[in-house]
Design a protein around this ligand. Sequence first.
Ligand code: HEC
Ligand code: HEC
Ligand code: HEC
Ligand code: HEC
Length: 351
Amino acid sequence: MLKSLSNHNNSMIWKQFQNIRLVLVLLLMTLALSINPAIAKEASAEVKKTLGPKACTRCHKESARVWKHSKHYKTYKEIPRKRIAKKRAKKMRFKQIKSNSLCVNCHFTAIQPGSRTRTVAGISCESCHGASKDWIDIHSDFGGRGVRANEETPEHKIQRHFQSESKGMIQLSNTYELAKNCYRCHTVPEEKLVNIGRHPAGSDFELIQWGQGENRHNLWHTENSNNALPQAQLRTMYVIGKALDLEYALHGLAKATVDSGYFQHMAERERNALNDLKNISSLIDSTEVTSIIELVDTLKISINNPSYETIANKVGELNRIFSIMTDGAKLQPLDSILPNPDDYKGKVYQP
Ligand code: HEC
Ligand code: HEC
Ligand code: HEC
Ligand code: HEC
């Protein structure tokens, strides 16, 4: 009896200690975050155009079901609960992760119907497909009132896709732009957040491995079966992912001002992505991949070198061209290095 009581006390003390530690970490993070007004501004323009997942799920019910099984969905409730010791946070007048614009940028979906910003979900449809206010009406008009999607004429559909894209929707055909979003968040290109806030540096991310497990929602064009993507598409996607990793490592390095954890991590990320691209290049013939390697191979990586930004953008441009021009059917040698489906992150949802 006595023993269990003291165990209980010990665990209380331990919990309190953990709470204090977490609050400190979060406090450091917020300090770190006052840092980047440019990002906050960009975010608020995005936020104004964001409607939240309900705008999509009323039609895309199956996609919504998949999403609800993913970490991107669950994180909305999990992260604040796990990480903020609420009582103490209140006492310290510490603002929650949900009200810090930098954290929100990567962790949540925020909308701004009036003058106040409000988080409504974790990472959701528009985080990847583009904020929808300017395109939702076009996207869901199949040829006038009362015309259903399956009655749409082919001409109307082409025009609708084209117009939605010009208003900010990222169409599936644009793999490069679609995948770019993943890297914007998953490489964590924020020096102070990582060095001072002790936020985890970028994820050990690979596009197919992380995109084709719990996140896979190929439910529209494959009649609700959530099948794997065609092999040809996986091949190009693999290359696009590696080139994006390189691009975002360079974006990240361009912002490095101290030789510390953040810089080391980004430098390693850059080398790994380059080596993977060299490996790809030894198997297939692609002018874009060859040009990307030539651009980056002789770089000497150092801190305080904002010019990496220009190189990153060139890598991105070549990757975009690769994404449009390449026929995955001709990249068969890549099959030997594509990630194994057993290693996909999370369980593929079957409706
Ligand atoms: C009124 C119903 C409706 C709403 C609302 C709606 N969609 Fe769609 N969506 C469709 C239909 C029907 C299709 C299939 C036709 C097509 O390819 O555009 C589609 C197709 C798509 C595609 C595949 C397009 C492609 O390139 O092949 C994506 C991605 C998509 N929707 C995302 C969204 C997102 C994100 C939202 C919310 C911001 C949304 N949709 C809201 C009906 C809707
Ligand atoms: C640039 C995007 C980005 C920003 C900004 C960002 N995060 Fe994260 N955060 C991530 C990603 C990506 C992960 C997941 C890392 C992984 O598991 O691979 C993550 C994970 C976390 C975790 C879980 C870490 C763990 O060890 O389990 C916490 C807590 C967290 N972030 C808090 C914050 C807070 C608080 C802020 C704002 C001060 C913030 N993040 C800002 C991208 C970001
Ligand atoms: C708006 C920022 C953002 C975007 C865009 C984004 N992610 Fe994430 N993702 C996160 C954060 C933050 C977490 C961690 C959540 C947590 O730990 O609670 C995460 C978690 C994940 C996880 C779960 C990892 C685990 O350890 O279980 C996978 C898988 C994933 N993301 C894949 C992707 C893919 C693939 C894309 C692009 C198609 C993508 N993400 C786009 C922010 C983002
Ligand atoms: C983490 C990023 C991410 C999130 C979140 C996300 N999608 Fe997607 N979505 C993608 C990608 C990438 C594809 C392309 C297919 C693939 O790679 O699996 C896609 C494909 C689609 C398609 C076409 C499916 C088909 O059969 O070809 C639709 C429709 C769609 N998404 C709607 C949604 C809706 C609705 C939501 C929110 C409930 C959502 N997506 C959330 C990244 C995302």
